[in-house]
Design a protein around this ligand. Structure first.
Ligand code: XMP
Length: 514
């Protein structure tokens, strides 16, 4: 496989991860770096091309963040998008000013394709996604105008000799009808990429590199049963077999049958060659959570107790050389304008253990996006139900039970949740809804069952559709499905006499019900 790669330099735009995704989808490996990355480092990494992202600032404002002028002299092809386009115009002698009207949303763009490489085969009129208040009002010398809109006299420009390209719209957004064509033109016509980055070659390469790094050392992995840590563990086991020990802590707050499933897949009867330790710590967690009702306190207790249990197990194993973390790319991306990188802690509830002796952290998935991790998982033969697992919070059902957590309440929410998940899958909706689960309210109310008065709990069902989990909408589930789930929960789960559906969006709600 060739070493071709694209660098996306992050100026704080909201679509930066999407740009990287689109590039990878087109078969070219891509990394996001801060706009502060020194030019010398870029030069020695020798990317095939560079993309400058959008950003919230004005190039002429006090807050402007500029690039090193040497960037444009490297001879590496550059595509500026939105703020990146204005930056290129501004720094190379053009003019950028406030547009008479902002353009936001779907906009018609007139394309002058002519001999343009960036606009090759793009129709004369195409719909693009715009989001800007500044525009390029004068071309820098050496550039040709290759597109305009009603508001933007220069919606795209290029200098083929210097291989510099700029576009005001967002080609990475699906609303830009020919956006992918424009990106592909940059990758293939301008940067002359071959496009041989494939997820299928990832696993083999990762296994080789882990073998090299670990040698005959020992590695330890906290396995949660979630997608990331499971894929990381399988990659490690394929590389180093029994030199890897996975510790799976059952904190008693997992979904119904989840602990058994994880043990079946990774334990001695499973398909993988690794040391698997399952710790049954249910009672310890329930004891610590006795009488605690505040959600943040519950999270803290669960996180801390998890670390203590993990440390105790690690001590029994003795010193290890490497700690394995299922960190994925969105967790490590350094924002160009924000503070330093945010690294996900290994179980994302409590951080790394303080008292475990290890030399180094290994993060075999740190270059991958979530759906790429899933592809690797499938390729490694991990069962589909695990690979496509929905997000599940580290503190588990502990935060889906309002008020005090008890073993009895855990059982109620596990059973109700299992019914809900089973029925959603039967209705064929499991891939359409991004996250759905049952939670237990702390409310008890009067009901009637048969000839008896009841005074029992209300279960709440939550189902959301979302792209990024930052905002979400309640899913419009078919009424028959809700009715069936309600009936089954009332009939099959003791101590529940009401089922509610949460129709709150996020914001103002959160996805979890805690
Ligand atoms: P909220 O409830 O904040 O959740 O809208 C957004 C997404 O994050 C998940 N979530 C967590 N994931 N550890 C995790 O790994 C946690 O502590 C945690 N808390 C919430 C939640 O399930 C949703 O997908």
């Amino acid at each position: 496989m060739s070493k071709e790669k694209i660098f996306v330099l992050d100026f704080g735009g909201q679509y930066n991860q999407l740009i990287a995704r689109r590039v990878r989808d087109n078969g070219v490996y891509c990394e996001i770096h801060s706009y502060k990355m020194p030019v010398e480092e870029i030069q020695s990494a020798a990317p095939s091309g560079i993309i400058l992202t959008g950003g919230p600032n004005s190039v002429y404002g006090e807050e402007a963040i500029l690039a090193d002028p040497k960037l444009f002299e490297l001879g590496i092809p550059i595509l500026g998008i939105c703020y990146g386009a204005q930056l290129m115009a501004h720094m190379l002698g053009g003019r950028v000013e406030t547009a008479p009207t902002s353009e936001y949303g779907k906009t018609e763009m007139n394309v002058i394709s002519g001999s343009s490489k960036l606009m090759k085969n793009v129709p004369e009129k195409t719909i693009v996604w715009m989001s800007h208040t500044d525009y390029i009002s004068k071309l820098p010398s050496g550039f040709n105008k290759i597109a305009s809109t009603e508001v933007c006299p220069i919606a795209a420009m290029e200098d083929n000799d210097r291989r510099l390209y700029a576009i005001q719209c967002h080609p990475e957004v699906t609303h830009s009808v020919d956006g992918d064509k424009i990106l592909r033109n940059f990758l293939y016509e301008v940067c002359e990429c071959k496009g041989d980055w494939q997820m299928s070659s990832f696993a083999g390469k990762a296994i080789e590199s882990i073998k090299k790094t670990v040698g005959d050392g020992k590695a330890l992995c906290a396995l949660s049963g979630g997608v990331d840590s499971s894929v990381a563990a399988v990659l490690m086991s394929k590389a180093i077999g029994k030199q890897l020990t996975c510790v799976f802590v059952d904190h008693g707050l997992l979904r119904k049958n989840e602990a058994e499933q994880v043990s079946e897949i990774f334990g001695p009867s499973g398909a993988y060659d690794l040391n698997f330790i399952k710790v049954d710590a249910k009672e310890r967690f329930y004891e610590k959570l006795k009488g605690v009702t505040d959600p943040e306190t519950k999270r803290k207790i669960i996180g801390e107790e998890f670390i203590r249990v993990f440390e105790e197990e690690a001590k029994k194993i003795g010193s290890v050389d490497y700690m394995v973390q299922g960190t994925i790319y969105p967790d490590v991306i350094e924002s160009g304008v924000g503070p330093s990188a945010v690294i996900k802690s290994h179980h994302n509830v409590g951080g790394l253990p303080d008292h475990v002796d290890f030399k180094e952290i290994i993060e075999p998935l740190r270059d991958l996006f979530k759906d790429e991790v899933r592809k690797v998982g499938l390729e490694l033969g991990i069962p589909e139900e695990l690979v496509f697992r929905q997000p599940f919070p580290g503190p588990g059902l502990g935060i889906r039970i309002i008020g005090e957590v008890t073993a009895e309440k855990v059982k109620i929410v596990q059973d109700a949740d299992a019914i809900f998940r089973e029925e959603v899958a039967k209705a064929g909706l499991n891939y359409d809804i991004n996250q759905y689960f049952a939670a237990l309210t702390n409310m008890r109310s009067v009901g009637v069952m048969g000839d008896f008065r009841t005074y029992d709990y209300a279960v709440v069902l939550r189902a959301v559709t979302t792209i990024d989990f930052m905002s979400a909408e309640a899913a419009q589930l078919p009424w028959e499905l809700l009715e069936k789930v309600m009936n089954r929960i009332i009939n099959e789960v003791d101590h529940v006499n009401r089922v509610l559906y949460d129709c709150t969006s996020k914001p103002p709600g959160t996805i979890e019900f805690e």
